[in-house]
Design a protein around this ligand. Structure first.
Ligand code: GAP
Length: 471
């Protein structure tokens, strides 16, 4: 059976576990739902994706700088940002079997409910209406008990904890559900220290936490994840222009820098019912996941919503305004945000790269990863374990390791060594053979074409790799 027939998600998560990309955490205690550890190959790839993003967003733009803010902020931050009030999912419980549902997931169930002629929905049909006369006639989708569903209750997705030894409300804090707010709070200092002028951007990569009701689909939706966010500060009225600009830039990153196939990428514009509480307009970059098209990056027009709210809650009006020293004007900048999921991006790349080739009866599993993102850039093999070949191969490995992640392997026949690297997505394999001893050349085998086009000299190898890794 090929991967097309099986569920590609299962195939990828099994490969990820087997080869040390990603595996469930705490397995000795039976795991804990939807928490994952990144193994040796996974962390290499995750770091490379984060580095490419950083190079593309921060290093390439003179007017974009980075920060790394704390995860626990003053809790007033989240009152101001609107997350305490607005970052909620309405949930419905079954009193009988204790199953819990997102109210939104019950809309279709309500439409199809047997014996309910007039479904308990709001007039536009988009959400449940608990005050509707037929609400009490709904049955639980899990146990089927009629009239057992509670009214929807708001559940805040932020993780709450306490600082210090006393678990009292006054000491309550939240783990940040997005990295953006750290940037908004720090922005006046960053402007001063980096002498930034509009338009400018502030970027950060870091962990975010959400107590998701329905985590799942491997690393697609987890309660702990990493975001790569950039907040672009602009003049009021320029938001539409910059939203368009950053949409195209971000799509180009996934398509041209990390080489996700274009046919598996698309934009989705948020309808008014999907918009987050802070957004005036929002676009998702979606990938064609095995379970359907879904977002892995959002580009949002946040207007001056966040800064206005922070001014209101902190009272620091002057500090949080931008001062234009040319026009002598003081105003609140607008913000266009690009917000990508590092883990979701990684999942999209892995899925996109997976292939099974038929090599005349034998199936080869290969990850066709862009060399810039492949965890191992090159493998070095001695053809045999004798006659001085391992020594030469080790020397090449040591030299290349100064700049690249290179793997030395002398175990098993050469065909098996190639297969192991194919599964890890290693784009190049260099083999040291008897000719190497005569003329200082090695074979170079291309993962995708399986060809060994020419024999480069050992000294040429760093340049060959550098050429394939530069942006
Ligand atoms: N600051 C804006 C913001 O956080 P978002 O659309 O809620 O926007 C941005 O999240 C990105 O973060 C998503 O596109 C996704 O890639 C990632 N993300 C959000 N929740 C996630 C979760 N539970 N698990 C993994 N990634 C998640």
């Amino acid at each position: 059976m090929t991967a097309k027939q099986k569920n590609l998600m299962d195939v990828i998560s099994a490969l990820a576990k087997r080869r040390g990309f990603v595996r469930p955490t705490s397995e000795i205690y039976g795991g804990i739902g939807s928490s994952y550890d990144y193994g040796p190959l996974g962390i290499e790839m995750k770091r490379k994706l984060a580095d490419l993003w950083w190079k593309q967003m921060v290093r390439k733009h003179e007017n974009i700088v980075g920060i790394d803010s704390a995860i626990i902020y003053n809790p007033r931050t989240w009152v101001a940002s609107g997350h305490v009030e607005g970052f909620v999912d309405p949930l419905v419980d079954c009193r009988q079997c204790k199953a819990r549902f997102k109210a939104d997931d019950l809309v279709e169930h309500a439409k199809r409910a047997k014996g309910v002629d007039d479904p308990p929905l709001t007039p536009d049909g988009s959400t449940l209406d608990p005050d509707h006369p037929s609400y009490g006639q709904l049955s639980c989708p899990t146990c089927g008990t009629r009239g057992s569903l509670t009214k929807p209750r708001s559940f805040n997705l932020m993780f709450k904890t306490h600082v210090g030894p006393v678990a009292e409300d006054a000491a309550a804090v939240y783990l940040r559900p997005e990295t953006a707010q750290g940037i908004y709070q720090d922005y006046p200092q960053v402007v001063n220290t980096s002498r930034l002028k509009l338009p400018f951007g502030i970027a950060q990569i870091g962990k975010a936490f959400r107590n998701e009701i329905t985590p799942g689909n491997f690393i697609f939706r987890t309660r702990e994840f990493e975001q790569m966010e950039m907040q672009y500060f602009i003049r009021p009225g320029e938001d539409e222009k910059w939203l368009e600009f950053w949409k195209e830039e971000r799509m180009a990153f996934w398509r041209d820098v990390v080489s996700i196939r274009e046919e598996n990428l698309r934009f989705h514009k948020h309808g008014s019912d999907e918009l987050a509480h802070y957004a005036k307009e929002a676009w998702d970059i979606e990938y064609n996941f095995p379970f359907g098209w879904a977002e892995f990056e959002g580009i949002h027009n946040r207007t001056n919503y966040d800064l206005t709210r922070h001014i209101e809650y902190s009272g620091k009006e002057k500090d949080l305004q931008y001062f234009d020293d040319q026009t002598r004007e003081r105003f609140i900048p607008y913000i266009v945000e690009t917000s990508a999921g590092l883990n979701r991006g990684l999942l999209a790349i892995l899925l996109d790269a997976y292939a099974e080739d038929d090599l005349g009866g034998e199936t080869r599993v290969v990850l066709r990863l862009d060399p810039k993102i492949a965890p191992i850039t090159a493998a070095v093999f001695p053809l045999t374990k004798k006659d001085g070949l391992p020594e030469i191969a080790r020397e090449i490995t040591e030299d290349l390791k100064r700049n690249f992640n290179v793997f030395y392997d002398e175990a098993g026949n050469i065909g098996r060594r190639y297969r192991r690297q194919d599964e890890a997505g290693t784009p190049f394999c260099f083999t040291v053979d008897y000719q190497t001893k005569e003329d200082g050349t090695v074979t170079i085998r291309d993962r995708d074409t399986l060809e060994q086009p020419d024999r480069p000299k050992i000294e040429e190898l760093p340049r060959i790799l550098f050429d394939r890794l530069s942006l």
